[in-house]
Design a protein around this ligand. Sequence first.
Ligand code: GTP
Ligand code: MG
Length: 221
Amino acid sequence: VTIRLEERLLSKNARIASRNRAWFAARGLRAINLIGSPGAGKTALLEASIPQLGADAVAVLEGDQATARDAERIARTGCDVIQINTGTGCHLDASMVEGALVQLTCGAGPIFIENVGNLVCPALFDLGEAAKVVVLSVTEGDDKPVKYPHVFAAASLLVLSKIDLLPHLSFDVERCVDHARSVNPDLEVLLVSARRGDGIDAWCTWARDAASAGLVTEGTP
Ligand SMILES: Nc1nc2c(ncn2[C@@H]2O[C@H](COP(=O)(O)OP(=O)(O)OP(=O)(O)O)[C@@H](O)[C@H]2O)c(=O)[nH]1
Ligand SMILES: [Mg+2]
């Protein structure tokens, strides 16, 4: 019974996600779904890159259980942002995104969807994005890709964040990338520090390409 209910839930979600994808496509837009643990540095990555991408081009949907704190941070960059609060929910689903799209104004994109801080549940829910990006900070440990494989399997890109902290940690970047590619051989990897600015140029280039090229991951893994 549990499995059938989950299947029904996910197939309903997939239908709405297809509608979202069509909504984006009709406007020449593509969305990027940012997934990572609480505090991985998702909002900091956006704050560091929006000035370079152009606040007029970009729009952000912010998913959090509670508060508009991240939306307030993003609004300070000058770009359009909509906060979605999930209450007890641990992930965004396609209908929440669909509800927010009607309020959205943006330029050429990309549209970023910052998911609720969680390395597990968001991996299952297609929102209609062109690509999923997993943000993993170096303080979380280099074994996370094998312990939480689903999100790494579903993602197109791994952003390894907070690399300015590497000198203080025993995090092995090569081991982490090997673990991630054992789960997903095609996974691209970028090393960034939102604080120092390392890798932000490369991330902006990746995001622009993903927002304009054929990088569409259909459905759930
Ligand atoms: N040293 C360092 N700290 C960072 C960096 N990026 C983010 N942080 C810090 O990490 C903490 C969490 O950053 P956020 O950007 O709020 O993380 P988040 O993933 O958006 O968090 P949630 O939305 O709550 O899931 C903050 O205290 C940031 O200042 C970085 O590149 N280097
Ligand atoms: Mg955030």
